[in-house]
Write a protein that binds this ligand. Structure first.
Ligand code: LLP
Length: 404
């Protein structure tokens, strides 16, 4: 992000110019940033040589998925819809893993038909469902089993997944029992142990604990997995605090682990690939001044971007035109939705703003558009992509006719 003559630019294009053409609210993504993130991720784990499966739940736009496929990544999907969009985006099925606690018979059958690399199962009932399908089609199905290592990822409570109080995965004891029970199956091939302990993780310590828990299973079960799927969760810097994940320490530990166990590592990153590529462009409709607070009412609402309302997540908000007139009064950036939690940011002071100004909510590429809804019967916003100094529409705004 860069200001030139006080004008905010995204990949060298002025935000006000983009807004003039595409309107607001609009999700705008930077291809340059996406490519940089992928190259950086690959570099961070170069020694490990992993299969990187982008977590489609973070962003399922098919034009973006196509770019991700071209840059060599696979996909982690959690529903038939996500699998269909990954396939439509030309992601190689042999690079697709299917995760999730509640896959239905039909969804699994569809994934098997499409020859995905792995179905990562999360319960014995799910394994039995897969077995039923394998028997019906008389084919061997490759599966993974998801471990719940009971490790605290030290992230937002709502996005922690690796504790036994969470619904995800199976305990060490259960997994060892399941391995012994299914390892001679004619229809199931246990190929992978998978794990994912949470999201927005900024310390390597929980990851090291997670690796230890996996090693324990391998040692106890005396079983050779072909793949170890370490999930995603790598946190990004939203500008609230500067705690950064130490990739070097995580990667070194994985490297040792790989040498010892001779396994192929899979990652399922979402946020670290797409988070900082996205901006939500929005316009100030009204400014409502009270004694203590200036409410900046913008045309994006919590229906367009949920993270602040859902997790009290922090996102920087920056103006499309910078000025030096500071207003020392609390500013609250809010949307038009009839909910008090429809608030993006509360800040002690801000530069002088006017009705009609454009402002930008930053780092919304992951879990932004995908979490949007039609609450208050609003259409969900359009998406655009900047690539090679050109702006492309990559998803139309819904129309009211379609949703009413
Ligand atoms: N793999 C599995 C099995 C997952 O459940 C997730 C995320 C990922 C990979 C990708 O995690 P990432 O690298 O993006 O952290 N809506 C929340 C985040 C929910 C994450 C759910 N699972 C948010 O806005 O922060």
């Amino acid at each position: 992000m860069l200001y030139s003559n006080n004008k905010l630019l995204i990949d060298k294009i002025a935000v006000d110019k983009i807004v003039k053409k595409f309107g607001t609210p609009t999700y705008c993504y930077s291809y340059n940033q996406l490519k940089e993130n992928i190259l950086k991720f690959q570099k961070n784990f170069k020694k490990v040589d992993p299969l990187i499966c982008f977590a489609v739940k973070a962003n399922n736009n098919t034009i973006i998925l196509k770019e991700i496929a071209k840059l060599g990544l696979g996909a982690d999907v959690v529903s038939k819809g996500e699998l269909m969009s990954a396939l439509k985006s030309k992601i190689d099925p042999k690079k697709i893993v299917f995760s999730g606690v509640g896959k239905t018979y039909q969804e699994i059958e569809f994934a098997v038909k499409k020859k995905v690399l792995l179905i990562n199962a999360e319960s014995q009932s799910e394994i039995e469902t897969i077995l039923k399908i394998a028997k019906k089609i008389n084919k061997v199905i490759d599966i993974g089993i998801r471990l719940n290592p009971n490790v605290d990822a030290k992230t937002i409570k709502e996005i922690t997944t690796g504790k036994t109080i969470n619904k995800f995965g199976l305990t060490e004891k259960e997994i060892i029992e399941l391995i012994n029970h299914y390892k001679k199956s004619k229809y199931l091939n246990i190929k992978c142990l998978s794990v994912h302990i949470g999201s927005q993780i900024t310390s390597h310590i929980p990851y090291l604990k997670m690796l230890k828990a996996i090693q324990k299973i391998i040692d106890k079960a005396k079983f050779n997995f072909k793949y170890i799927d370490l999930g995603g969760g790598m946190g990004i810097n939203y500008g609230e605090n500067n705690q950064k994940l130490n990739y070097k320490k995580y990667s070194n530990q994985i490297d040792k682990f790989v040498k010892k166990n001779k396994v192929k590592i899979i990652f399922e990153p979402g946020r670290s690939i797409i988070g900082n590529t996205g901006y939500l462009l929005t316009k100030i409709i009204y400014i409502k001044k009270t004694n203590r607070i200036n409410f900046i009412i913008v045309d994006a609402g919590m229906n367009d971007f949920m993270r602040p309302a859902l997790y009290k997540a922090f996102h920087r908000i920056i103006p499309s035109i910078k000025n030096r007139k500071k207003v020392s009064k609390r500013h609250e950036f809010v949307g038009p939705i009839c909910e008090t939690t429809d608030k993006f940011l509360s800040i002690k002071s801000y530069q002088k703003l006017n009705e009609g100004d454009n402002i930008v909510i930053c780092d919304v590429g992951a879990y932004g558009k995908v979490l949007s809804s039609n609450y208050n019967l609003r259409t969900s916003p359009k998406e655009i992509l900047i690539k090679k100094s050109r702006v492309f529409g990559i998803r139309k705004k819904e129309t009211l006719q379609n949703i009413i």
